[in-house]
Design a binder for this molecule. Structure first.
Ligand code: FAD
Length: 437
């Protein structure tokens, strides 16, 4: 054993903890990877009844912290993103009215998820080869069908209670619980029940199409371009992401679109778009392939009337659209029960998607939590970094979204908002209200 390993083992032997992580999506996996690499034992409890999460095949913009996370913790050797080289805006006729050369990396949720699962608990998958575990890694256990329902303080730690879909119940002991259970977080609801997740007044209609199956004009508009269109109450954007099984091979990649359009709270239109083909009303996400045929046909008609032809083409061509109601949520703090419970990612702050920062937040929160646990950051630094990001970007998302959907602004204002959202995190200067602890 090399000297570094002995030092590592000695340090861990005196401080080894068991972290129970609630939620096995990108935030929970990121925390699991970062903490087990310090030698701590980790157990992820995911409520989903199947061993892997079912994905929607949609895109995520891989911001600086997402890339930094994969650089640090990913041991699989394969590309993780497709690079877009230009950001551009179209007018209603489909002409480019503004463009800026700029590299941005786009990935797919499923590729990010399977990379993390391969690294965390060795899940075999068609996206990547499972890498070797390091001898110094702590335990990395992933348990599905465990819906966490309650937590109780016990001496030095916590008891975490879960229920399965078949009614089985159990509990597990933790030194620290990491709540990575998303924007409707059970953990946050138990500890800060006053926090509400609130509908923002518009939805994102989403979908993908194969780049090889669109017209030359659409390929020209979206391939390796991050392209936008704004009009009253509407914003649509599209970019290229990895295709089936994470392929980045030209021709097999997917064009991913996000089409924001207003549906007033309580309106018949909102009920219509959120009700699936079997008559079930979905509160936040209507999954791919379940949209009601008539409701989606109506959206296709509207898209052809309102959007530039390239955008209308991809919206109309998508086979399995899905709908997400855009919501706001922000926890007052990231730490409860004297530090025994920590919230990260969407459980801490659910951003509007315009910020393109949700996965970066999850990755960043996991990395700074690991630095704090490892003694590289003080308690105060960790709190200010985590809360500063959460509060500042959450507010930015609300402002960007409301300006885009509910105000009539010249295009230059939207371009300004988009450019502000691209400022690297290290260069952000958080105001005092954002970092107050
Ligand atoms: C299946 C899935 C697909 C997604 N696809 C995309 C996408 O294509 N593009 C995109 O931009 N974003 C997508 N997201 C959202 C994206 O993952 C997050 O915005 C971001 O990465 C932060 O992740 P998070 O882990 O904090 O929260 P989330 O991704 O919301 O994950 C929360 C997890 O906690 C689990 N959970 C919730 N409550 C409990 C409980 N009581 N007990 C145990 N587990 C619980 C949920 O099942 C979920 O797996 C997706 C999320 C999921 C769950």
């Amino acid at each position: 054993m090399v000297q570094g390993d002995e030092q590592h083992d000695a340090k861990v032997a005196t401080t080894k903890k068991h972290f129970v992580i609630v939620g096995g999506s990108l935030g929970g996996l990121a925390a699991g990877l970062a903490l087990r690499e310090l030698g701590h034992d980790t157990t992820i409890l995911e409520r989903n009844p199947t061993p892997v999460l079912e994905h929607q095949g949609a895109g995520i913009v891989a911001g600086g912290d997402t890339l930094a996370f994969f650089k640090k913790y990913n041991r699989c050797d394969r590309p993780i993103a497709v690079t877009s080289h230009r950001r551009q805006y179209l007018d209603k006729d489909g002409n480019v009215t503004h463009k800026e050369d700029m590299d941005q990396n786009m990935t797919s949720w499923d590729l990010a998820y399977y990379l993390m699962r391969a690294n965390y608990d060795g899940v075999e998958n068609p996206y990547c080869k499972v890498p070797e575990r390091s001898l110094t890694d702590g335990a990395s256990v992933h348990l599905h069908n465990q819906n966490v329902t309650d937590i109780k303080e016990r001496d030095d730690g916590l008891e975490v209670f879960w229920k399965s879909s078949s009614g089985d119940e159990g509990s597990i002991l933790a030194d620290v619980l990491v709540g990575a259970d998303g924007p409707s977080s059970t953990i946050r609801t138990l500890l800060a029940p006053e926090v509400q997740r609130v509908y923002a007044g518009y939805c994102a209609l989403r979908g993908t199409v194969l780049e090889s199956e669109v017209s030359d004009a659409a390929r020209e508009a979206f391939c390796e371009r991050f392209t936008f269109f704004h009009c009253r109450g509407v914003q649509i954007l599209a970019y290229l992401i990895p295709g089936k099984d994470g392929t980045v091979e030209p021709g097999r990649r997917l064009i991913n679109f996000v089409y924001y359009t207003n549906f007033a709270e309580g309106s018949a239109e909102l009920e219509e778009i959120m009700t699936d083909r079997h008559g079930k009303r979905h509160r936040i996400t209507l999954p791919p392939g379940l949209t009601d045929a008539d409701a989606w046909e109506k959206q296709r008609r509207i898209a052809r009337e309102l959007l530039p032809p390239q955008f209308a083409e991809i919206v109309c061509a998508t086979q399995k659209p899905f709908v997400q109601a855009v919501t706001d949520v922000l926890s007052p703090t990231n730490e409860f029960m004297h530090g025994k419970v920590v919230l990260i990612g969407d459980a801490l702050a659910g951003f509007r998607p315009h910020t393109v920062a949700s996965t970066s937040q999850a990755a960043f929160d996991a990395m700074v939590l690991a630095d704090y646990v490892d003694g590289k950051l003080s308690w105060e630094e960790w709190k200010r970094e985590t809360l500063g990001f959460a509060r500042f970007i959450q507010k930015r998302g609300v402002d960007m979204g409301n300006r885009s959907q509910f105000e009539e602004l010249p295009l230059k204002e939207h371009i300004h908002d988009r450019n502000v959202a691209s400022v690297p995190r290290e260069k952000e200067v958080y105001p005092e209200w954002a970092t107050a602890i």
